[in-house]
Design a binder for this molecule. Structure first.
Ligand code: P6P
Length: 341
């Protein structure tokens, strides 16, 4: 009887990836820094009302949204972790108007780290899963001082992306471009342990995730697509669909990575000046990298998400991601509409 193989920790996984020249030592260390920060955030989130950090911070973020105390705390934890880790990256965050360059006293890092420190934070006060989303880009060469403009790279330029979901268990889901893998936090050991290699999104699905209360504000192709979903097997899709909406992107995407589905946050007329609710750089792009590495697809409804060339650090996009065939169907409704418009 062969001895059970010892659990593979995140550190051991990253060291093996570095040994195979799939990541640099600095990128390995940067991901470890993020993981360490996520462990601290997990402790803070897990304390709930006992931690004295629930509720609003009384401040607003760059999007003009009320910040939760845990939004601010999580952002600080990630920035401090990057500092303690030697400022391996310049940072940009949903909670900061502009990027945080690397202090002059430090060598210019090779990476740019973007994150939504606590996505879904409106769910904290009702004890629903929330998460940290992060994306890593290369810092352009010979840049004396990093500015917001250096972060404006398409999703295809990402070298790593992931999220940490603070749910019944704390899990980090990560890609460095060689598949999407899940690590579960062993609280007794204090380390993330590999629990699912090469996650796969089923190409077809019978489950969609959307906030239906916005239906009257959607554009025509979106109305047509969802009407056909709701028509079920009596309608043109010929099958019944189920619906889920947690209103925490990390939790909805984790479900889709685990059992398939399509997640949609489309453009709506509530605020026509915004191209959608979700942000391209630190929500849509990292989630798209993870989903594509797991065999899924991600689009803004008309083009591949990761090919969008960003124009602003905090720009928003419509999001259609998940089971490849279903995303392609939703996109077809939009492109057919445009052709006949
Ligand atoms: P709504 C959370 O605020 C978030 O940014 C995502 O995590 C989530 O998918 C979405 O917004 C929920 O939006 O309009 O349903 O509250």
């Amino acid at each position: 009887m062969t001895a059970p193989s010892s659990p593979v920790s995140l550190t051991r996984y990253l060291l093996e990836e570095q040994r195979q020249d799939r990541i640099s030592a600095d990128l390995r260390l940067l991901i470890e820094v993020v993981a360490r920060a996520c462990k601290s955030i997990s402790v803070a989130v897990g304390k709930g009302a006992l931690g004295g950090v629930l509720g609003d911070a009384g401040t607003g973020n760059v999007q003009g949204e009320a910040q939760k105390k845990l939004d601010v705390l999580s952002n600080e934890i990630l920035l401090e972790a990057n500092a303690w880790g030697g400022h391996l990256a310049a940072c940009a965050s949903e909670e900061m108007d502009h990027c945080q360059p690397i202090p002059d006293a430090y060598p210019r890092g090779n990476y740019l780290l973007l994150f939504d420190p606590l996505d879904g934070s409106s769910n904290i006060d009702v004890n629903v899963s929330v998460g940290t989303i992060f994306s890593v880009l290369r810092c352009p060469d010979d840049v004396p001082q990093v500015g917001d403009e250096h972060f404006l790279q398409p999703g295809t330029a990402q070298v790593a992306a992931g999220y940490c979901i603070y749910g019944p268990s704390t899990m980090m889901v990560l890609t460095i471009g060689h598949g999407t893998h899940a690590f579960t936090l062993d609280r007794e050991q204090g380390s993330f342990v590999l629990t699912q290699k090469h996650m796969r999104v089923p190409e077809q699905t019978k489950e969609f995730a959307i906030n239906m209360s916005n239906q009257r504000h959607w554009e025509a192709p979106m109305q047509a697509y969802v009407t056909d979903l709701l028509a079920g097997k009596e309608g043109p899709r010929g099958k019944d669909f189920n619906m889920r909406w947690i209103a925490s992107m990390v939790a909805d995407v984790h479900r889709i990575l685990t059992r398939g589905g399509i997640f949609i946050y489309p453009w709506d007329r509530k605020d026509p000046s915004k191209a959608g609710k979700l942000r391209l750089m630190y929500e849509a792009n990292p989630m798209s990298f993870l989903i594509e590495q797991a065999g899924g697809a991600s689009s803004n409804g008309r083009q591949r998400m990761m090919e969008i060339v960003p124009s602003q650090l905090h720009q928003r996009v419509p999001v259609f991601l998940g089971s490849k065939d279903e995303v392609e169907t939703a996109v077809r409704y939009h492109l057919d509409h445009d052709r006949h418009a």
